[in-house]
Design a protein around this ligand. Structure first.
Ligand code: CA
Length: 125
């Protein structure tokens, strides 16, 4: 079974499973502030990708991860007062239903406590 742990504004997903030929991460945001999500696969810092989303109404993208991916580190931050600031995180899962694992990480940028400013959803099957 996979695990999701958080430290500060970083979530670490360890994708431990005998299943999991299909690994997908959906990133989305819904905020008037720019949301920044940094994605690092298997400790490959040099090839980490940073995704920036602006605008209210859900915007985002779907990342199909290589099936061999074992570890994902996601860092959530946002723009506020002209600076890049860390977001606050909450985690749900991972949950196993049948042969599918799913998990969710939600981020708050501090203007309220709705935790829907940026969201990452994991799907492994
Ligand atoms: Ca908020």
């Amino acid at each position: 079974m996979s695990t999701i742990t958080t430290t500060g504004n970083e979530a670490t997903l360890n994708l431990i499973s005998s299943i999991g030929v299909y690994k997908q991460l959906t990133l989305s945001s819904n905020s008037s502030r720019e949301q920044i999500m940094r994605v690092e696969l298997d400790d490959d810092r040099e090839r980490a990708m940073e995704y920036r989303f602006t605008g209210e109404g859900t915007v985002g993208r779907i990342l199909n991860l290589p099936p061999t991916t074992r570890k994902v580190v996601l860092a959530f931050s946002h723009q506020a007062d002209g600076k890049q600031k860390p977001s606050e995180l909450k985690v749900g899962g991972p949950y196993l239903f049948g042969s599918v694992q799913t998990g969710i990480i939600v981020a708050e940028n501090g203007d309220d406590q709705d935790f829907n400013d940026a969201v990452a959803q994991l799907l492994v099957k």
